[in-house]
Design a protein around this ligand. Structure first.
Ligand SMILES: Nc1nc2c(c(=O)[nH]1)N[C@H]1C(S)=C(S)[C@@H](COP(=O)(O)O)O[C@H]1N2
Ligand SMILES: [Mo]
Length: 175
């Protein structure tokens, strides 16, 4: 390699190696969601276990990216409220005022992460429309989103907290 070519290669190297970093991990379909952290006992729910809770329908949801682009129009997600799942497991509250310390972290198989606060889920209208869903428009989720996703239907931009390949909910007690 002649010096100018070498220089060009060195200059381009960071840009080239940065390309895969935009997608740090390829997502794989999730078959269950684990509930971990500050809970009475860690638990795991697959679709069959979730269906034994109280299934609900989201009604129409536009999936809107942070950019403002509408990336999907969904007539209905079917799933259970995240709060119903958390109540089934039991958040580990050591004293009365512990509830509002809790941060609820949702993770996917590709490393995608979003957060909720306990107050948001239990003490604002947002929480009523946060669903762990297994069905979209009457059909099981496809491989792109499957088998479980999380959706926060009251968000202004619903894309960011539409978590494909949902695999873990962690309860974190803030100091
Ligand atoms: N697991 C996972 N979920 C994700 C993302 C992601 O990178 N990984 N991207 C989000 C973004 S930026 C948007 S806008 C919505 C809609 O993206 P989709 O149309 O690719 O499903 O999904 C969100 N959910
Ligand atoms: Mo997005």
């Amino acid at each position: 390699m002649k010096p100018p070519a070498l220089l060009l290669a060195l200059l381009l190297a960071p840009a080239l190696s940065a390309t895969p970093a935009a997608h740090p991990m390829a997502g794989t379909p999730s078959h269950s969601v684990r509930i971990t952290g500050a809970v009475k006992a860690p638990a795991e729910f697959d679709v069959a276990a979730l269906k034994k809770l109280l299934p609900r329908n989201s009604g129409p949801v536009d999936v809107v990216c942070a950019s403002g682009a509408v990336v999907g129009k969904v007539e209905n997600f079917r799933g259970v409220r995240l709060t119903d799942v958390l109540d089934r497991v039991g958040i580990d509250l050591k004293e009365h005022k512990d509830d509002r310390r809790m941060v609820i972290v949702a993770r996917a198989t590709d490393g995608y992460v979003v957060t909720f606060s306990w107050s948001e889920l239990y003490n604002t209208p947002i929480g009523r429309d946060v669903l762990v869903a297994w069905e979209k428009d009457g059909k099981p989720l496809d491989a792109h989103e499957g088998q479980l996703l999380l959706i926060s239907g009251q968000d202004i931009k619903t894309g960011p907290r539409h978590v494909r390949w949902l695999s873990e909910i962690e309860i974190v007690r803030m100091k």
